[in-house]
Ligand binder design. Structure first.
Ligand code: PHE
Length: 517
């Protein structure tokens, strides 16, 4: 039956009967029962046109379980047992009864003994009454027919025996509404230009807006989990007064990626096995020439109290184009620009972007990942300032307990690995890398001798994987990514919980995958 004819049938019934006291008894013309949910749809539609009013009636209905249904049909186990025992002193051997009735014998015997219907005679069972009544079956039949039983104790006992149970059923009591009629006028869903021109809108009945209706979900895009976590990190940096560095180019020269960072040309990180070099174009020669000379000089001869590396620095090596191996390549460039301002102003920079390393891909490593980097430049900064910044930064991530361990980077001195206590493993694990940029890097860039620059870096992937419970990096990035994962993952809120999660992750030691950068 269509919704419309069901609605008409409701109206007709109301017209003849005045009301429908309980829709449990409501049937179609042919006597068919109507599903209460389908009926509810019809009632709501009529209600919105004020053609009916209705109230919900909640009732409890008892129903038989599968076993209860079986007993209602074939009789209770105890009666089956009684019937299986022949009249007279002989009775039946327990074993025989067992093989005849199986499980029913076991359950039925107990109840039949309790009712004193049967007794033992040696290894046999005999009847001790002439005939029995199947009360259980009769009670179940009553429940089946009426949905309840007048004796609450019986219901309780049969429920305990898992033969029946109760269920809440909602039916409705329906009355005529203010605009009751026997025909349903089609309501307009919108006011049109034509209606206004013809004046028809005066007589038209309009459908009410349903502000409770669930809207169609918009077919928009979805942010990747890395971007969601990145956004949270960005907010933390912004809160701390940092501004974002322009990291929107993946290709850098070896000069900015390595040389300007006082990384020697024969450093292992500059090997093809660690770095992706470009083939076409393979080189660039657009560098600030004056800076190039200064960098060459500090590598070769040292200066400002440093002895340098004392090797033959080659411009060809610095010209090689590569996919940046760390975002510190951008930081060195930014510091050069900072040094070239007419007047030095303290600066706080950050970046969160992609870097590339020629690594063997496994569950926790890809050849590309994202680095989070913070850089602070000011006069007379100390290692204490770095520790203070790190403590505040990680506290905002929810990581309270951090410790530092001396480390080595070619461009920072001192350098510190950052550790956080791992509750699960019961030990300290590495969560990032940091340091104060060396004068050999800062002075050639043109910064004043009393300007100190502190910096730190960590990976974006690790906290993201923890946050979104992803244990294989290939499920996060690359061609194996499941788009529904991206669609369904919630927005990222770094709260105290995140901190606990960060503390409790054993892979965090991989936060900065290759410390030689
Ligand atoms: N560039 C370093 C790395 O890739 C991280 C770092 C940044 C270390 C800034 C110290 C200072 O591991």
């Amino acid at each position: 039956m269509s919704q419309e004819s069901l609605q008409l049938h409701v109206l007709k019934t109301l017209d003849t009967q005045g009301e429908i006291a309980d829709t449990q008894d409501f049937t179609l013309e042919d006597g068919a029962v109507v599903d209460q949910l389908v009926l509810l749809g019809a009632l709501n539609s009529l209600l919105s046109k004020e053609m009916v009013e209705y109230k919900s009636l909640d009732t409890e209905v008892w129903y038989l379980s599968e076993e209860g249904k079986e007993i209602a049909e074939t009789g209770s186990h105890e009666v089956t047992v009684f019937n299986a025992i022949p009249e007279g002193e002989e009775g039946i051997a327990i074993a025989e009864l067992q093989s005849k009735l199986g499980n029913v014998a076991k359950i039925g015997q107990g109840k039949a003994f309790k009712n004193k219907w049967i007794k033992k005679n040696g290894a046999n069972l005999v009847r001790s009454v002439e005939k029995v009544e199947d009360q259980t079956k009769d009670d179940l039949l009553v429940i089946k027919q009426t949905g309840t039983h007048s004796n609450a104790e019986v219901l309780k006992e049969l429920k305990r025996r898992k033969l029946c149970d109760k269920q809440k059923v909602t039916t409705y009591s329906v009355k005529k509404g203010a605009k009751f009629a026997l025909t349903i006028q089609k309501q307009a869903t919108e006011l049109t230009y034509e209606m206004m021109q013809s004046g028809e809108w005066r007589n038209q009945s309009f459908k009410k807006y349903n502000f409770d209706a669930v809207g169609i979900s918009p077919p928009g895009g979805h942010l990747h989990p890395l971007l969601k976590v990145r956004e949270e990190f960005r907010q933390i940096f912004f809160e701390m007064g940092f501004s974002e560095m322009p990291t929107n180019k993946f290709v850098e020269s070896s000069f900015w990626n390595f040389d300007a960072l006082f990384q020697p040309q024969q450093h292992p990180a500059r090997d093809m096995h660690d770095t992706f070099f470009l083939k076409d174009p393979a080189t660039t020669d657009s560098f600030p020439q004056e800076l190039l000379k200064k960098v060459k000089d500090i590598h070769t001869n040292g200066g400002h109290g440093s002895i340098g590396y004392g090797y033959d620095w080659k411009e060809e090596e610095a010209q090689k184009l590569l996919l940046r191996t760390h975002t510190t390549a951008v930081s060195s460039n930014m510091l050069y620009h900072l040094a070239n301002q007419p007047e030095f102003k303290p600066a706080k920079y950050f970046s969160i972007d992609r870097v590339f390393r020629n690594e063997t891909v496994d569950a926790t490593h890809l050849a590309e990942f994202h680095q989070v980097e913070g850089v602070v430049a000011d006069k007379n900064l100390t290692l204490g300032d770095l520790i203070g910044f790190l403590e505040e930064f990680f506290k905002k991530l929810g990581v309270k307990n951090i410790r530092f361990k001396p480390a080595f980077n070619p461009y920072t001195e001192p350098s510190m690995e950052i550790f956080s206590y791992h509750e699960g493993l019961g030990k300290w694990v590495e969560i990032g890398n940091s340091g104060m940029f060396r004068p050999e890097m800062l002075l050639p860039l043109g910064l004043d001798p009393d300007v100190r620059v502190i910096a730190w870096g960590l990976s974006l992937e690790r906290p993201t994987m923890i946050k979104y419970d992803i244990d294989n990096i290939r499920e996060l990035l690359g061609h194996k990514v499941d788009l529904t994962m991206i669609k369904n993952n919630p927005v990222c809120r770094l709260d105290k919980k995140m901190g606990r999660e960060l503390d409790g992750e054993d892979e965090l030691s991989e936060a900065v995958p290759n410390p030689i950068h």
